[in-house]
Write a protein that binds this ligand. Sequence first.
Ligand code: DGY
Length: 356
Amino acid sequence: MAVHGAFARDFNQITPRRGDNVPLSKSRMAVRKPKVIVTRKLPDPVETRMRELFDTELNVTDAPFTPERLADALSRADALVPTITDRLAADMLEKAGPKLKLIANFGVGVDHIDVAAAVARGIAVTNTPGVLTEDTADLTMALMMAVGRRIVEGANVAQAGGYQGWAPTWMMGHRITGKRLGIIGMGRIGQAVARRAKAFGLQIHYHNRKPVSPRISEELEATYWESLDQMLARMDIISVHSPHTPATYHLLSARRLKLLQPHAILVNTARGEIIDETALADLLREGKIAGAGLDVFEHEPAINPKLLGLANAVLLPHLGSATIEGRIDMGEKVIINIRTWMDGHKPPDRVIPAMM
Ligand code: DGY
């Protein structure tokens, strides 16, 4: 088998061809597997498969890599498998050794990687789209419900033994059915949320760079808003699903957050950087927005102290894709991307800088 591409050059030099007088077992042993360094603990089946296929270095303790350890990994790996907890800015990518040709991110968001700088150094970047769409959409609905129906507040009272009996005016939340949901970013996850929300009786509105296809728009009975400001001012619930890019940093600025109605609920399962968290916390505390459900934060793992302790804010520790099925599927995508690259082909989930 002739293999093309960066890793393939080594592979072909040491792999005998048909007719070469070398026993098969020796030829197999001679094949250099690519050095793949994984920065975090992954689900067991993923790690087992990676060990079989590659010369894999795992992180069994799961301690996040320090900058020094990350630099060392970059200098030694053929392929690096990072996660959102690894900051791969241009200065860090300068530590990449000559062998590094692939960054196969475990996750769909790649805002922690300077993709343009990587590509300029001849390093391809891949991600794991599609496989975490449904899980993230489920969690988005859970947050919408949790905030609207005060589920966490109620559960805390019950757990603490504080339930003193049903009362007509106690713990009232807001009805979800029939309300207007404004989705910011109508990509895969935004659409998956819209499908679920429609089944809950919500009216679907969205703001996106461009309208979705007529087929999707009809299926979702969705209304497109070119003006984000106008949409924000008219919705009951807002859900954020755009990627974090320079253009979406603090897209929900203090000015825009003030456009929300006092009974509005804001949900974010995308990236913390898209919302001005300090402005949001102030509005929540002053009762100028009814509630927020946040799975992501601007300075993770740190959470803005102003958000802590607010009864009308449900905060989750970035659980969007945290299902065992989802994380195994993500691992499989990583493996497919590495194997395709090893075989000298373009990996299926390449991130193109212009896409961002
Ligand atoms: C994703 O896949 O983008 C998750 O948010 C974790 O990075």
